[in-house]
Design a protein around this ligand. Structure first.
Ligand code: FBP
Length: 281
């Protein structure tokens, strides 16, 4: 017989993942992490209700926000959609030497009070502040698991040694190391970078040892099909979908883009086919 907590974790995971084990989650912590300028391409999306209403209407599986934004806009994350509350972040106003740390800005209790279905925290593996983020994650995960909440790790390898040794933080050897570290530190879902090819991303998925791996969207691509191709590569590699911010809210018309992403993720449609079906090319 499962412990009560395991049942809670499984039930809450299902609020993000469909029967196919895949999910498309909207990320909206950019006003804090990058600053409001991220919304300048489509300024009306600075209003949380406006953009969250659009993404939910288009059929998104879940929404990720920081606690204060969840307080303002979680009422738009209707019914069966998952709400993921992230408890760590940093502003881009910090001096350079603080940029490799995400600090805790809320507590597991806050996420529970907000009605979260999952709790997230970032670890910059390889950062000089890795130790602080590991402890934060361990504390958050331990408490969240006790209460029956799944925990998501944004496993982002970053730091001077990585750049020195591998050149780029998206080198698959580094990304798969981060994914492995996330699985070994108790994550129930992992969010990480695209490694550039299906073959290398498949290794990241293997390294995660069965813990679902989601793509971290990245900067908006000029051509929407280019982003759909990345997401197609992720699912072909065995990835569990994507957590996407800028490639949704920086588009004038986010809804057809979301529907095209859902076609790729949940129906295995080819990127061009999905884009054509939604009229974005
Ligand atoms: P995007 O799809 O816009 O990349 O959003 C995903 C995300 O992880 C956000 O949650 C976060 O604000 C941002 O990317 C972090 O970006 P950076 O690479 O600058 O740390």
């Amino acid at each position: 017989m499962d412990a009560y907590q395991s049942v809670g974790i499984q039930r809450r995971m299902r609020r993000f993942f469909r029967r196919d084990g895949r999910a498309l989650i909207f990320a909206m912590d950019h006003g804090f992490e990058h600053g409001p300028t991220d919304f300048e391409p489509v300024w009306e999306h600075i209003k949380p209700h406006t953009i969250v209403r659009k993404v939910v209407r288009a059929g998104i599986d879940g929404v990720m926000m920081l606690p204060g934004m969840a307080r303002l806009a979680a009422d738009e994350v209707k019914g069966d959609r998952g709400l993921m509350v992230k408890l760590t972040s940093k502003t881009s106003l910090r001096p350079k030497d603080g940029k490799l740390l995400q600090s805790q800005l809320g507590y597991v209790e806050d996420a529970v009070k907000l009605g979260a279905d999952a709790i997230a925290a970032t670890v910059y593996w390889g950062s000089p502040a890795e130790d602080v983020m590991m402890r934060q994650f361990a504390e958050i995960a331990g408490y969240a698991h006790d209460l029956g909440f799944p925990v998501v790790q944004f496993a982002y390898p970053r730091g001077p040694y990585i750049t020195e040794k591998y050149g780029r933080k998206e080198d698959y050897r580094v990304v798969m190391y981060g994914a492995r570290a996330a699985a070994e530190s108790g994550a129930d879902m992992i969010k990480t970078y695209w490694t550039g090819s299906r073959e290398t991303f498949a290794k990241v998925v293997d390294a995660a040892a069965g813990v679902p791996v989601l793509l971290s969207g990245g900067a908006k691509t000029e051509n929407p099909v280019d982003f759909l191709k990345v997401v197609y590569g992720v699912v072909e590699a065995g990835g569990a979908g994507a957590v996407v911010g800028r490639n949704i809210f920086q588009r004038e018309n986010p809804e057809p883009m979301i529907r095209a992403l859902l076609r790729v993720i949940h129906r295995n449609e080819e990127p061009e086919e999905a884009a054509k079906a939604e009229g974005i090319i």
